[in-house]
Write a protein that binds this ligand. Structure first.
Ligand SMILES: Nc1ncnc2c1ncn2[C@@H]1O[C@H](COP(=O)(O)OS(=O)(=O)O)[C@@H](OP(=O)(O)O)[C@H]1O
Length: 295
């Protein structure tokens, strides 16, 4: 009898399914995440995933994007969630990054119920005021047309920012999503109702900007995976990574083709006064200090 070529065996199934079959034969399987980067939005979550995906023991979503299961796609079911990730072998960890989970009140409880085993979380944080400005700028920049952008000035952006984050009585508007997302203590409290503090690694944005390799090593240690990143891999001011003889570069700098708002002394003081007690509470909850807590 004629031997059937392996490629022939797969001719009625997609290339993707054929590749998956080969991987399954080699011990790869579909799995729910072992580690979730829960946020916060605009605190450096993309750059962190860009590098971690090169680690041989990390598998991310197959489309390389945020999965948004526990906030937007929960009705699609857990099998759908599982199917969003690359197959992983027993030495690898499956990694989800969806910064909106951090502020989704129902997410911690859903995650605890739906994913068994000892999950680990990475929480990226940043000076709440600079996070707020980045979030404000970025949200509008992705929604707005080029014509709109060209008409913006620092003054018009400052006015728009104030309209968004201040109430009619010129107080900080707690329900503005920009303000709300930067109130780390309120959100983290919800996570601590369901998980132990030890399950979270906090990555601070300024520390990641000044010592990317150091922070990646913290992630490796926290996740119990082999040390992979070395100094010589990072080139062009950390924007590119040398991996298996190739150079991979990406731009993580948000689109700032129209002016940023100006945060004058008065507004900055209001924001700092608003966030200070919340930052202090966040320090207490996380058991570590941040340079921006008492600014
Ligand atoms: N190496 C490094 N370290 C720390 N932070 C960095 C790094 N590279 C980029 N960035 C900044 O990360 C900001 C975007 O954060 P996120 O990727 O979490 O944004 S998002 O929520 O996924 O949209 C975004 O901030 P802004 O530029 O202020 O908007 C990026 O500049």
């Amino acid at each position: 009898m004629k031997e059937v070529e392996p490629s022939f065996k797969f001719q009625n199934i997609s290339w993707d399914d054929a590749a998956k079959k080969i991987l399954r034969d080699e011990g790869y399987e579909s799995r729910l995440p072992d580690v979730i980067n829960i946020g916060a939005k605009k605190a450096g979550t993309t750059v962190l995933m860009f590098y971690l995906k090169f680690h041989p023991q990390i598998q991310i979503s197959s489309h390389g994007q945020e999965v948004h299961y526990f906030d937007w796609h929960y009705d699609k079911g857990i099998k759908w969630y599982e199917s969003q990730f690359n197959l992983a072998n027993k030495h690898q960890l499956v990694y989800d990054k969806t910064p909106r989970y951090f502020i989704t009140k129902s997410a911690p409880c859903k995650i605890r119920k739906d994913i068994s085993g000892k999950l680990r979380f990475i929480l990226c944080v940043r000076d709440p005021v600079s996070r707020l400005i980045s979030d404000f700028h970025f949200s509008k920049s992705i929604r707005s047309s080029r014509g709109w952008r060209q008409m913006q000035t620092a003054e018009s952006e400052t006015k728009r920012l104030k309209d968004e984050i201040l109430t009619a009585n010129f107080l900080i508007n707690e329900s503005s999503p920009y303000v709300y997302t930067s109130d780390y203590a309120t959100h983290f409290q919800e996570w601590l109702k369901e998980f132990d503090r030890e399950q979270f690694l906090i990555i601070e944005n300024d520390e990641m900007r000044s010592d990317l390799l150091g922070e990646l090593r913290k992630v490796e240690t926290f996740l119990g995976i082999d040390p992979y990143f070395t100094e010589d891999m990072f080139v062009q001011e950390n924007r590119c990574l040398k991996h298996e003889g190739e150079l991979f570069c990406s731009s993580f700098i948000s689109d700032k083709r129209f002016p940023l708002p100006t945060v004058d002394e008065g507004l900055e003081k209001m924001l700092r006064d608003y966030f200070r007690p919340r930052n202090e509470e966040f320090e207490r909850l996380t058991g570590r200090s941040y340079k921006w807590t008492n600014l």
